[in-house]
Design a protein around this ligand. Structure first.
Ligand SMILES: [Zn+2]
Ligand SMILES: [Zn+2]
Length: 311
């Protein structure tokens, strides 16, 4: 069988640098599971809308403030009302997932959920802007005060501040309407990355699908030893990520949601019929992508994982 979904990093996705031409990067709202839509509106970061039947859950909030209108537009386009969002689940504190939490909260009054671990990071980085910078010849993610000269030169500005109202408890699944959502802390990309697991049933066919979303699969440069040192995180975080990926990969998952579209070759597979979520049913995708990412991190630590092949 041909595998349509795999870890496939692609150049040219929407970034702050391509904002002047962002019409080239828009994607429609499309169904990713029976009651799950991607309403991110662009080809970089996904925003998942879960229609629980008793209000909406949003997982992440969009790439940046400039694309917020796309998220709102796509929510309408998917047949939903942004004012019905009851809960906003953040996969992690990074701005490309959390930047529009404030706006969407103001529109809907929704709760904003994050892990306790990433709330520490959120607070630590509030009022700062992050961008990649060459340090010792390596691309390093750096954070500087938003009102500093350096930040001004980078053309970046701080995200609108938001207040976290709820914290995940992995021992307490969250039930709302048709969904019961289990969370799992998956440190690595950040200390508080959260992954989500739930079942979704298609009433028309009677089929139930196991759906999963890993909250943080970006490993380069985040899990390189020098980046972890720069961020003040222990190297054990990278090893924990690898261990968790191998463990989670054993779980049966029918539909793997991808928080960055480029991480699973999603773009070429978005169907013309945006309601046809069945194209995303692929029982190998979850495992393949997790193992690929774990092995990519192993290559950063050849002394610990001599079996890992070099780039
Ligand atoms: Zn991130
Ligand atoms: Zn991201």
């Amino acid at each position: 069988m041909e595998k349509k979904f795999f870890y496939a990093p692609t150049a040219g996705r929407l970034s702050d640098n391509s904002m002047p031409t962002h019409w080239e990067h828009t994607v429609p709202a499309y169904k990713n599971a029976p009651h799950v839509w991607n309403v991110g509106g662009q080809d970089n970061v996904a925003v998942f809308l879960l229609d629980t039947g008793e209000g909406l859950i949003l997982i992440d909030t969009g790439l940046n403030a400039e694309t917020c209108y796309l998220v709102i537009e796509r929510i309408w386009e998917s047949g939903h009302d942004p004012r019905d969002i009851k809960k906003i689940f953040l996969t992690h504190w990074h701005g490309d997932h959390s930047c529009n939490a404030r706006v969407l909260h103001e529109i809907s009054g929704a709760e904003i959920w994050l892990s306790k671990e990433d709330e520490v990071e959120h607070k630590k980085h509030e009022g700062k802007v992050g961008y990649p910078k060459m340090i010792d010849g390596r691309r390093t993610m750096t954070w500087v005060e938003a009102d500093s000269e350096e930040a001004k030169l980078s053309g970046k500005r701080a995200d609108y501040p938001y207040v976290v109202t709820n914290f995940y408890d992995d021992d307490k699944p969250i039930t709302m309407g048709r969904f019961t959502i289990k969370t799992k802390l998956c440190p690595g990309h950040t200390p508080g990355v959260t992954s989500f697991f739930f079942e979704d049933t298609d009433e028309e066919t009677g089929k139930t699908y196991k759906v999963a979303l890993h909250g943080g699969l970006g490993v380069n440069p985040m899990m390189r030893p020098e980046q972890l040192a720069y961020d003040g995180y222990p190297e054990s975080m990278a090893h924990q990520f690898i261990k968790d990926c191998y463990e989670l990969a054993k779980m049966p998952v029918d539909i793997a949601l991808s928080s960055h579209l480029n991480q699973a070759n999603i773009l070429p597979n978005i169907p013309k019929d945006v309601n046809d979520y069945t194209v995303f049913v692929a029982d190998y995708a979850w495992r393949d992508v997790l193992i690929n990412r774990a092995d990519a991190v192993k290559e950063f630590y050849p002394d610990v994982y001599p079996e890992a092949k070099k780039d």
